[in-house]
Design a protein around this ligand. Structure first.
Ligand code: CTP
Length: 402
């Protein structure tokens, strides 16, 4: 359940910081990625070297690297993560979190994070029971933060009571349960969704092809968001360097438009939804050379023939209970062209991105989209990261399915 999930682990200055080492080890063993943030004081309790070695990433403490001025973007980190865990969380850090006192990287990241946040307090008995700690915890709970309640037992001071940070194994179990519950109660639980992603390669000979600049990031981000909301996703992917590791996603790799067509056509019937995010080649070489083509002094003319339109074919097969979503990447007359595609391919809605918008399209991590539905409703979104755009598209889809 935690495979492929991205966590920010914020470690603060408590004797329980040593348990953060086991927590990282367990998360990494589950296949999760962990970015460790430490407060200045946390470094006194456990070394950055230990945490960097276990998490396989440099740990972050300062707002920027004093040696080269490299900015540690708390905003990017907050967007990157699937969840943030503050463990151990001291009374001091919880007080800052509750009151927005942004004097270290951990707190600024917390304030920027859009993901769920888990807090595992660790402190002495009387500190834990102090009215100010209790009030701060209530405030943090009212903000929607999840608490991993401390266990009772002997504390570092020798006192006996509540305040001991929960064991890493228990924290990992609670995280698993959280993500499992989120999937099984998700708005798309049980829905079968096919997503196409990436480019297609049309072979000319054994070593050359006609392709395009699609990275696949948009389609993969959509697949992940769908799966997070409980969908069972079949990701039909053209060649990309991206990896996917999610219990809700099955990937089928294809290379050419024709292979993508065959897979989609075969599998569409069993789907509730299909989202066509791939940049499919419109033309393919009329013939392919079995041997590597040799250079000559003559001009080389390629004969290309049209590929089949996958979205349009599925549009023809579509039953009333199935939803078909397309993309349109346009450089001019964007809305008119997108609306034409919507009708021609019998789509339920189309996600339009314009090449005129800076930060939108193939070679970026961001996108700016407009969704046009078959009943002519138009929703415009601002420039966002592809993960956030995926969230918008999947959110729109979930509403559309109601
Ligand atoms: N599409 C498809 N099969 C194709 C071409 C496109 O399924 N052979 C899908 C894309 O995945 C996208 C939508 O159709 O969801 C629109 O793709 P786009 O390339 O913008 O449109 P085309 O129909 O190819 O038109 P043009 O390239 O002329 O703009």
């Amino acid at each position: 359940m935690l495979k492929g999930k991205r966590f920010i682990l914020g470690i603060t200055g408590s004797i329980a910081a040593y348990k953060a080492a086991s927590l990282v080890r367990l998360l990494v063993k589950e296949g999760a990625e962990v970015q460790v943030l430490m407060t200045g004081l946390a470094k006194q309790f456990i070394t950055p070297l230990t945490m960097a070695t276990l998490s396989k990433r440099p740990i972050l403490v300062e707002f920027f690297n004093p040696e080269n001025g490299d900015w540690n973007s708390h905003v990017d980190m907050g967007l990157w993560a699937d969840a943030m865990i503050v463990a151990p969380a001291t009374a001091n850090t919880m007080g800052k979190m509750a009151n927005g006192i942004a004097d270290n990287l951990l707190i600024t990241t917390y304030l920027s994070a859009r993901c769920p946040v888990f807090v595992a307090p660790a402190m002495d008995l009387d500190m834990y029971n102090h009215p100010s700690t209790i009030r701060n915890m209530q405030v943090l709970k009212s903000y929607g933060n999840h608490f991993i309640e401390p266990a009772s037992g002997e504390l570092a001071s020798g006192l006996i009571g509540k305040g001991r940070m929960e064991e890493p194994e228990v924290i990992v179990e609670q995280l698993k349960t959280f993500f499992e519950d989120k999937r099984s109660s998700g708005t798309l639980a049980g829905k079968k969704v096919m997503v196409t992603a990436g480019p297609t390669y049309e072979k000319l000979d054994p070593v050359r092809f006609i392709g395009n600049y699609s990275s696949g990031k948009m389609g993969y981000a959509i697949a992940e968001k769908l799966a997070d909301k409980g969908a069972e996703v079949l990701l039909v992917s053209g060649p990309t360097v991206l990896n996917v590791d999610h219990p809700g996603i099955t990937r089928i790799n294809v290379e050419s438009a024709s292979e993508m067509y065959d897979t989609c056509k075969e599998r569409f019937e069993e789907m509730d939804i299909a989202i066509m995010a791939a940049a499919v080649a419109d033309y393919t070489p009329a013939s392919r050379s079995a041997e590597k083509m040799k250079r000559t002094e003559d001009d080389l003319k390629l004969e290309l023939i049209p590929t089949r339109d996958i979205a349009a074919s599925l549009g023809k097969m579509k039953k009333t209970n199935q939803v078909l979503v397309g993309f349109a990447l346009e450089s001019e007359n964007e809305r008119t062209n997108a609306e034409k595609k919507l009708k021609k391919k019998n789509l339920d809605f189309i996600v339009l991105n314009s090449l005129k918008d800076e930060g939108a399209g193939f070679l970026t991590d961001t996108n700016k989209v407009t969704i046009v539905s078959k009943d002519n409703k138009v929703n415009e979104y601002s420039l966002k990261s592809k993960t956030e755009v995926a969230e918008d598209i999947v959110g729109y889809l979930a509403e559309y399915m109601k």
